[in-house]
Design a protein around this ligand. Sequence first.
Ligand code: ADP
Ligand code: MG
Ligand code: MG
Length: 251
Amino acid sequence: MSTLEIRDLQVSVKLPDGELKPILAGVDLTIKSGETHAIMGPNGSGKSTLAYSIAGHPKYEITGGSVTLDGQDVLALTVDERARAGLFLAMQYPVEVPGVSVANFLRTAKTAIDGEAPKLRTWAGELRGAMEKLQMDPAFAQRNVNEGFSGGEKKRHEIMQLELLKPKMAILDETDSGLDIDALQVVSEGVNRVRATGETGFLLITHYTRILRYIKPDFVHVFVGGRIVEEGGPELGERLEAEGYKKFVHA
Ligand code: ADP
Ligand code: MG
Ligand code: MG
């Protein structure tokens, strides 16, 4: 059982001229393994900033508050150490890794996280199994990470990482954006498989409510202006679907 605790988190983005622009205005959130939390908010509300801050992106400066994973100070860790501690971030815009194949990338990541290389024989099978479940062509494993990937391929690749790396906490930033309905279904099934193990906590960041039809959150948090302005269960997601964010923006 793992717990991610975010307390009064305040974050500014570093602008090119060195100035700090405050984005997160005190975020409080607790996620336990086995739970799925949805963060829903309009564009520009700071959702990606929250994800990047937890993952340790250098562009974001923590100006207050804390993030701990099972009591360990996440903010004091390097990006690599955060991954090894069990944090996983699927980015809204995944980056290309030229010259590194999907197979090598996943094996390297698995080795870094486990502290030892996966056994060759079982690993090949695991990799193949994960790809089959996500309805991916085996040839995909030899392609360079994110190079020329379609939107759907990028997201499937991230869910593949999720299935193989088995993180304690997974932050999925707009995993639904740019997916057609078939890809959305395949990706959601992947998330639900990992979820069913009960060993991973999920923070599902989304702009649209449609992914919540496939992945039913336990908790919904409405995110506006760099903070959580309303919290509830799945019914809050349905309310947003009907009413939009207007009411909260002016709240
Ligand atoms: P969301 O993911 O909810 O759409 P973001 O976290 O991407 O929101 O952005 C929140 C706010 O911070 C926006 O006003 C955005 O323009 C600003 N912002 C985020 N990253 C940067 C950056 N690197 N440089 C300048 N402004 C940024
Ligand atoms: Mg955005
Ligand atoms: Mg975003």
